[in-house]
Ligand binder design. Structure first.
Ligand code: SAH
Length: 242
């Protein structure tokens, strides 16, 4: 019986992989990976390693979650080292916890291997620090994908604090609604917001605008993309001059 490593692959840039993740990828007998994983990382796998794509993003699952769980179980029964590789960090909106519960319930050994989450790294590499003295004292990472029928909590829009940075993952298709809701709770139309598409990758695009103007400018950006809202967004222009 082998072990499954629920491993974060980082936000895109291959160099944002941890040393631990790299070692496990090099040792793996099987790698089960998602759409958001930069496939350049798979070149590090040893010869004969079986790499299985189970790409999923939002609602467009290629393999349903229960089949992914069953696959991990099956591979762990046959091999010593199974790496379950996910974009960013495996548990930040990554369903790593669900996979861990499934494996634990069947007596399969597993370990979480933290990855650099896109929620922090993508804004940071776009010159938007999530906290900054005088601009933001906290940040919150939320899903823009609201589906109460599937168990995702509906957002309590009124709970957002005034000087808090908000990062929306999986939110590009909800961009208009997000702006409308934020203006409804009293944020001014000229409040800063950014959309970052394919962050940390060579074709990254950053759009900085305001709540009333961002939608038209950013709605057609390629995915993955995330949204940052807050005064810290104004730092982007100041920090992007060199
Ligand atoms: N577990 C991942 C997040 C999974 S949810 C992590 O920790 O990063 C998927 C969402 O993450 C996407 O819809 C997008 O909002 C965001 N995302 C992931 N990689 C990204 C990237 N390179 N650039 C911009 N957004 C990204």
């Amino acid at each position: 019986m082998g072990k499954v490593y629920l491993t974060g692959a980082g936000p895109g840039d291959k160099e944002l992989l941890t040393l631990k993740a790299l070692r496990l990828i090099q040792e793996a007998d099987v790698i089960v990976y998602d759409r958001l994983v930069n496939t350049a990382i798979l070149k590090e796998a040893k010869e004969g390693c079986e790499c299985i794509y189970v790409g999923k993003e939002n609602r467009h699952h290629i393999l349903p979650q229960d089949e992914i769980n069953a696959l991990l179980y099956e591979k762990a029964c046959e091999h010593e080292t199974v790496v379950r590789l996910k974009g960013g960090d495996a548990v930040v909106f990554g369903r790593g916890g669900e996979e861990a519960l499934f494996l634990a319930s069947r007596g399969i050994a597993f370990e979480f291997v933290p990855g650099i989450t896109s929620a922090i790294a993508v804004p940071e590499m776009a010159n938007i620090p999530l906290t900054h003295r005088g601009k933001s004292v906290s940040f919150r990472v939320v899903t823009g994908y609201e589906a109460p029928e599937k168990g995702y909590a509906q957002l309590d829009w009124n709970s957002f604090k005034q000087d808090e940075t908000i990062v929306f993952l999986m939110g590009l298709h909800q961009l208009q609604n997000i702006c409308t809701q934020l203006m409804k709770i009293g944020k001014p139309a000229e409040y800063p917001i950014a959309v970052i598409s394919r962050g940390t990758l060579p074709d990254e695009q950053v759009i900085v605008a305001t709540l009333d103007t961002i939608y038209e400018q950013a709605k057609n950006l390629p995915t993955p993309a995330l949204i940052v809202v807050g005064e810290v967004v104004t730092l982007h222009h100041k920090l992007s001059i060199v």
